[in-house]
Design a protein around this ligand. Structure first.
Ligand SMILES: [Zn+2]
Length: 181
């Protein structure tokens, strides 16, 4: 059994007869393309162009929300990474390393220092074997400095990755916002 409904064109308000199997109808007066929308209690029509525009805007809004969530997630992950990997100062604060040197640079600087100290010791009459003293200090310095450099390097590498990912997301977000207008 097909039932016939009387609905009004959303565009011009003219009455239209539709039966319950029809989803789309063209208004006989203004020629608008209409979708027949059935709710629980009422039947009305919507101009198709509006539906398409609304759908596009909705998709864009969803994209914006999704990207905002992505950025928040990334920020949270980065905070968690820092929380886990950065060491705390004595007062509980955290200092982010700003630079690091390569092991070769560290070794060269310490090597020059050791040789220089040794030469001064030789000149002031110390035995040849006195190299042992500055060399031991140099080795201790290298272990400490290299430990710090590894720590700083791992932080800076992660930070660079985070910055790139974040700026990509921000770019995409700007695009999605523009598209929504
Ligand atoms: Zn119409």
């Amino acid at each position: 059994m097909t039932q016939t409904f009387s609905v009004r064109c959303q565009n011009c308000g003219s009455p239209l007869q539709v039966n319950d199997s029809i989803r789309f109808v063209t208004c006989g007066y203004c020629h608008s393309e209409l979708q027949v929308v059935r709710d629980a209690s009422t039947v009305h029509t919507e101009v198709l162009q509006n539906i398409e525009r609304n759908t596009a805007a909705t998709v864009n809004q969803l994209k914006v929300i999704e990207l905002q969530n992505e950025i928040e997630r990334l920020d949270r992950e980065w905070d968690a990474w820092k929380e886990q990997n950065l060491s705390r100062n004595q007062d509980g604060t955290v200092t982010e390393p700003v630079s690091c040197t390569s092991p070769t640079t560290t070794l060269s600087v310490i090597g020059v220092f050791v040789l220089f100290t040794w030469i001064i010791m030789l000149v002031s009459g110390a035995p040849f074997a006195a190299l042992f003293i500055p060399a031991a200090f140099g080795l201790a310095f290298f272990v400490v400095a290299d430990g710090h450099n590894k720590y700083a390097r791992s932080f800076l590498r992660s930070k660079a990755r985070f910055d790139i990912e974040r700026s990509n997301l921000l770019g995409a977000l700007e695009q999605a916002r523009k598209g929504g207008r």
